[in-house]
Structure formats: C-alpha cells, structure tokens
Design a protein around this ligand. Structure first.
Ligand SMILES: [Zn+2]
Length: 130
C-alpha cells in the first residue's frame, strides 16, 4: 500500500475498500469515500442516489444560476430550490413548486424509480386581473 493511503470500511457491508489519498481524511470522510467505491448492492444504490442529487442540483444551477441569463436568481432563491432537492432526495416530500414571479416557476418532482425532475416553467399569458 502506498504511503498516505488507508482503507476505509463500506457503511453498508463493512468491507474494507482501498481509498486513495486518504491519509488526511476524518473517519466519516473515509467511510463516505469507501462507501462511494464499494461495489455491494447497497453501496451502488447509495452512489446512484447521491449522483442523482448532484445532477439535480447542477440542473438548478444551469436553469437559475450564473449561466441562466435573464432567469438567474439570487442566492437566497436558489438555496430554497437546492433544499427542495435535498428534501425530495431524502424522501421527506414528493414535489414542490417555487413561484419566483408570475410566469416563472421552478418545479421539482420525484418521478418513477426515484428519478428527480427539475423544470423551469415559463408562461407568458397576458392575463389581466383587476
Ligand atoms: Zn459495501
């Protein structure tokens, strides 16, 4: 084993997994890294779930972040959307709609097989309410 590396144990099956550059890691970091590398069924499920969360958050940043041009939202608003992703991934809720202003919404929902869908809804109806 190269210097600076130590094995970590998978959170699910307890198997020791070799983790690169792990010398400076804390115990929880090492466990997380080992779990991300393990190939047992539970670890793979966890990896997929974590990946889905990351991708969904990237999507929020694409649709409402720095690169979103006129749809760019302040940090405070994006935070709410990112927390929504977490809550849905943690199975605390199924779906949420963040209404930014009339005609601009962010919808996040859980789909079949735990997939996460992120939608930027733009409606341009010239409804007039008196
Ligand atoms: Zn495992």
């Amino acid at each position: 084993m190269a210097k600076g590396n130590k094995p970590g144990a998978c959170r699910f099956c307890g198997q020791n997994v070799f983790v690169e550059d792990s010398a400076e890691m804390t115990a929880p970091q090492l466990e997380e890294a080992a779990t991300m590398l393990c190939t047992c069924d539970e670890a793979i499920k966890y990896q997929q779930e974590k990946n889905r969360r990351t991708v969904a958050k990237q999507r929020i940043n694409e649709l409402f972040g720095e690169e979103a041009g006129e749809y760019k939202q302040p940090e405070a608003v994006r935070e709410i959307m990112l927390h929504t992703i977490d809550a849905i991934c943690d199975k605390k809720m199924k779906a949420a709609t963040v209404t930014i202003k009339t005609g601009l919404r962010c919808r996040v929902m859980q789909m079949a097989k735990d997939k996460i869908k992120v939608v930027r809804e733009i409606s341009d109806n010239n409804e007039f309410v008196q």
